[in-house]
Write a protein that binds this ligand. Structure first.
Ligand code: NDP
Length: 472
């Protein structure tokens, strides 16, 4: 087979020369000693690799993911429709297939300019917090041309400032019930904004140099509109993708959940929120706080290193996360469910179990990618790869090939269980998330196989299950 890219050719030829020494399953402690003597070699290898990639044109994947152009068109039309249907069904007293589809509101009830204005203000406030010169500045993963972009870590600080602003606003009379009362309009305002942002990103990416393009981009205008053509679109130092990943949508999710909690108390005449609502709010708050506290871990994820910034991430980050991930809280406002304490204890145990797997797996990989010689990881076994990066083959990453996805799925289940078993709607999130992560795992697997070749095959033989041991 002819090599498609200069980079690929380099990997394959390097692989052949590596084959005899590649698989080292000794603990890292012994490995590090051996590595010291090889260090000079590795440095030369990585240098020549980055030299080659900087000379090569930007990597463009020809085999399109997500079902190619028809697939992404379907997703781009289907997601907003699905969002509206879900939110409308959730507002019904008795949502069921018998009264499907839910009655569509009049056009003037779908759009409210004031709501759009509030959304823009929210976005600008988050942008302002992002620009504050507080927090550590770190470097991202090396780009194809060897450069490393700088990122400021102040997401957690933005959450604290947002809490102060929301607290002050409520104190001075702002009514968060407005968010519940205009939930669909807010979702549509965010959708319109994300569409506008995607158009802007597509237009500016048309003039982007080849070295700025995302590995996932294809050259096809429709596909690239979806997946994103530019890898790291920036206005000066303002990184649009990095900002949208963790700020307006993720922090917005917490505010939406809080609004739902207050709406539940008002509509159900409660002096305190229900146990179910408290569980959902606390679990999801923990998830967001964790993401912002460990903000640096975002820099090694697929979203940042592989996918461009286009409709997929703009809609996902700005619309899907705040308006669909808050679905359980939204559901509980109109469909109360009493959870007993024994049941709550089981759900909390499930959540904590998922969280421990998720956090430890992500932290282990992140620490390893940041510093493979970290003494705290010395007990772990690895496989060498021809790229100079090793793969963990014991610890969490020796349990299954995506332990972080397993933890995430367990947490997703724990978020839905407080809604009881009266309806399938609150379980939409678990079903959707399973499909997303299974598909994402397959995408990542393809990238890793292409990147690491034989070493990846060896890893798959050592760790045969992808997400759930003995099942998948
Ligand atoms: P990962 O963080 O799992 O990153 C995958 C990358 O990790 C691979 O491309 C590879 O990159 C590296 N890797 C894979 N196996 C190994 C190994 N054995 N040893 C060392 N490195 C390895 O993927 P995601 O970016 O998809 O997910 C990050 C987190 O975000 C996950 O916890 C996921 O659950 C969560 N997530 C949440 C979503 C949500 O909507 N709530 C959506 C998507 C993800 P390389 O070798 O190049 O470093």
């Amino acid at each position: 087979m002819p090599h498609r890219h200069a980079e690929e050719k380099f990997h394959l030829s390097e692989e052949r020369s590596y084959v005899s020494t590649q698989y080292s399953l000794r603990p890292r402690r012994e490995e590090i000693k051996a590595m010291d003597s090889k260090e000079e070699n590795i440095v030369t290898t990585t240098r020549s690799a980055s030299l080659k990639t900087s000379q090569a044109p930007a990597t463009q994947t020809k085999d399109l993911e997500f079902g190619g152009v028809p697939g992404v068109l379907l997703i781009m039309l289907g997601l907003p429709a699905c969002l509206c249907l879900l939110l409308l069904m959730c507002k019904q007293k008795e949502p069921s297939l018998l009264n499907f589809p839910p009655p569509l509101p009049a056009w003037q009830d779908l759009w409210e300019t004031r709501v759009f204005g509030v959304y823009i203000l929210w976005f600008l406030m988050q942008a302002l917090f992002y620009l504050l010169p507080v927090g550590k500045v770190v470097e991202g993963m090396p780009l194809a041309d060897g450069r490393r972009l700088k990122y400021r870590l102040n997401g957690f600080c933005a959450l604290l400032l947002t809490s102060a602003v929301i607290g002050a606003a409520v104190f001075w009379g702002a009514d968060l019930y407005y968010v519940y009362g205009h939930f669909l309009q807010f979702a549509l305002a965010a959708a319109a904004f994300s569409l506008g942002l995607s158009v802007y990103l597509a237009v500016r990416a048309a003039g982007a140099p080849p070295c700025a393009l995302a590995p996932s981009s294809s050259g096809n205008a429709i596909y690239d509109f979806f997946i994103g053509r530019e890898l790291n679109p920036r206005i000066g130092t303002f990184d649009l993708k990095y900002f949208c990943e963790l700020r307006p949508g993720l922090i917005g999710w917490v505010v939406v959940n809080l609004a739902m909690l207050l709406a539940e108390m008002r509509l159900q005449n409660r002096a305190a929120p229900s146990l179910a609502m408290t569980l959902v709010n606390s679990f999801q708050l923990l998830y967001v706080v964790d993401a912002l506290w460990n903000e640096e871990a975002l820099l090694t994820t697929m979203d940042i290193t592989h996918d461009g910034f286009g409709f997929m991430l703009a809609f996902g980050d700005l619309v899907w996360v705040p308006f669909i991930y808050s679905f359980q809280a939204f559901y509980l406002v109109g469909h109360p469910n009493e959870v007993s304490w024994p049941m709550a204890s089981l759900i909390i145990a499930l959540k904590l179990c998922g969280y421990v797997i998720f956090r430890r797996a992500n932290s282990q990989k992140n620490a390893f990618r940041k510093n493979p010689a970290d003494p705290k990881l010395a007990h772990l076994k690895t496989i060498h790869t021809s790229t100079g990066k090793d793969l963990l083959v014991s610890g969490w990453w020796g349990f299954v090939r995506h332990p972080n996805y397993l933890g995430d799925l367990l947490m997703a289940l724990a978020w839905s269980l407080p809604c009881g078993f009266g309806h399938a709607l609150p379980y939409f999130y678990v079903a959707y998330f399973t499909v997303l992560l299974v598909h994402r795992e397959a995408r990542d697997e393809r990238h890793c196989r292409r990147r690491y070749g034989l070493a990846w095959e060896q890893y798959c033989r050592r760790v045969p299950y992808r997400i759930l041991p003995r099942v998948y």
